[in-house]
Design a protein around this ligand. Structure first.
Ligand SMILES: Cc1cc2nc3c(=O)[nH]c(=O)nc-3n(C[C@H](O)[C@H](O)[C@H](O)COP(=O)(O)O)c2cc1C
Length: 461
């Protein structure tokens, strides 16, 4: 295949999760029974991802014990802390972590991410989530999850405050003139005096503006409000899309909404997830996928599915299709788009609950693709060429082996096709994604045509 240089570069993020995204990956003989989720495991994964020249790696999170620790590995390190350890063993790859806007305060979080950006030399990214589950709410003095709409309203104000805090130091604030005894220039560090619905924050931040100005803003909710939020604030979007048509529709929708907020659609990169299961032959890949599905404990998985669908487990029969009488997306206050994705997948393919569980076991709603390295590269190229993606969130079913296979076998094919970089040309996460460093809204005039943050200037006090 000839190399083409006329294409936009493809972006790849490694979504790292424990010993793999497949629910049962930990039960494979080669998976470490204990300790496989510790810092050494993640350092190894980060080095592999950087060897593959990936744009970034990503750690998901929720402030709650997810799943049944009796049935699967559930303990997790706090991701921004883990990122700093990964920053120390890598030098180029971007480092993205999730943090919730519902269960943090903007000041703490702005400080934490500014610190990661400093520690990593400009490689930090924040996956902004509103946290869907009631279990998490119950760790913060609430009986149930706050309403979906309210969570997104709070998230918008949260990002507004955080970005103001990051901008509360001018880039050239520190002059450190020992002769004159002046450390920061006059009026180059300012209060933000934010007074809003959810937050009152004086500022300034107690951290200087960071190498990237502030971390790359990533978003991962795909409901109506989620897409608006992404279109307004996000620079990269993680999303679960099962079919090419849905992927194209989502891509167009978010880019269109971004235009509506006065942003350049190129300034927001859309990355659907893919769970690649790679074999020497297609049959071998399918067999690995099937082997993983056989290791799922159906009764446990049924409970998880019932929870997502807001049903009692007894309402689900493993060998029948989903009942007809189930809630609509409007009635869901948790993760709306994932709820709809699961129901539509089951209905479209007439899956029994057992089959649905198998399909969700690989990537919790992300698209699983079992095949050879060539076939994985083909599907990536196809989605990319058809306008469903600016890149992909790579979610190996088994780690580290799935990531190694992707890096060593799929990446070279994408490079040969002129789709993916052959060396890092930038040093910050934004540079990898081809995005500009954000202007400082307090100290610099914002060029709105650049289409960066859709926050009205007048909101900055
Ligand atoms: C790739 C990907 C990663 C996600 N990571 C997290 C996460 O780490 N923590 C979290 O609470 N939600 C995470 N989510 C879920 C979203 O934040 C969101 O709750 C969900 O997609 C439903 O959003 P919606 O209600 O706007 O549809 C992730 C979603 C995707 C697609």
């Amino acid at each position: 295949m000839t190399r083409r240089t006329d294409r936009k570069p493809l972006h790849l993020n490694a979504f790292l999760m424990s010993v793999g995204h497949h629910e049962a990956a930990w039960r494979l003989p080669q998976s470490p029974a204990a300790g496989g989720t510790g810092v050494e495991h993640y350092k190894n994964l980060a080095r592999i991802a950087e060897r593959g020249l990936l744009d970034s790696l990503f750690l998901a999170d929720s402030p709650v014990l997810m799943g049944d620790p009796g049935r699967r590995p559930a303990g997790k390190l706090e991701p921004t802390v883990l990122l700093t350890a990964l920053a120390a063993v890598t030098s180029r790859i971007g480092l993205i972590a999730t943090a919730s806007t519902s269960y943090n305060e903007p000041y703490n979080l702005a400080r934490r991410f500014a610190s990661v950006d400093h520690v990593s030399g400009g490689r930090a990214g924040w996956n902004i989530v509103t946290t869907a589950g009631a279990d998490a709410a119950r760790n913060f003095g609430l009986d149930d999850t706050p309403l979906h709409r309210d969570r997104y309203l709070r998230a918008a104000e949260f990002v507004d405050v955080a970005t103001k805090l990051w901008d509360s130091w001018a880039d050239d604030a520190v002059i450190a003139d020992k002769e004159l005894g002046v450390h920061a220039g006059p009026d180059r560090v300012r209060r933000i005096e934010h007074r809003g619905t959810y937050f009152r924050v004086d500022g300034p931040l107690n951290v200087e503006r960071s190498p990237q100005g502030y971390p790359l803003l990533v978003q991962a909710g795909s409901s109506h409000d989620g897409k608006d939020f992404a279109a307004r604030y996000a620079e990269a979007v993680f999303t679960a899309q099962q079919t090419l048509d849905e992927g194209i529709a989502f891509y167009k929708d978010v880019k269109q909404r971004a235009l509506g907020f006065g942003r350049d659609p190129e300034g927001i990169k859309i990355l659907p997830g893919i769970v690649p299961v790679i074999g020497d032959t297609e049959a071998e890949a399918r067999e690995l996928d099937a082997e993983l599905d056989r290791l799922i404990r159906p009764e446990y998985a049924k409970r998880q599915l019932a929870d997502r669908l807001r049903l009692h487990p007894d309402e689900l029969d493993l060998d029948r299709e989903l009942p007809l009488d189930i809630p609509t997306e409007d009635e869901i206050e948790g993760a709306k788009s994932r709820y709809t994705l699961v129901v539509e997948l089951a209905r479209r393919e007439h899956l029994t609950v057992r089959q649905l569980i198998g399909r969700l076991g690989g990537g919790r709603g992300h698209r699983t693709f079992a095949g050879t390295a060539e076939q994985v590269a083909d599907t990536i190229e196809h989605w990319y060429e058809q306008g469903a993606a600016d890149g992909f969130n790579i979610m190996p079913a088994v780690l580290p082996s799935g990531l190694e296979l992707f890096v060593d076998r799929v990446v070279p094919i994408l490079q040969q096709r002129g789709l993916f970089r052959t060396e890092y040309t930038g040093s910050t996460l934004r540079e990898h994604y081809g995005l500009p460093r954000p202007a400082n809204r307090i100290f610099e005039t914002v060029d709105t045509s650049a289409g960066h943050l859709g926050i009205a200037l007048t909101e900055v006090r």
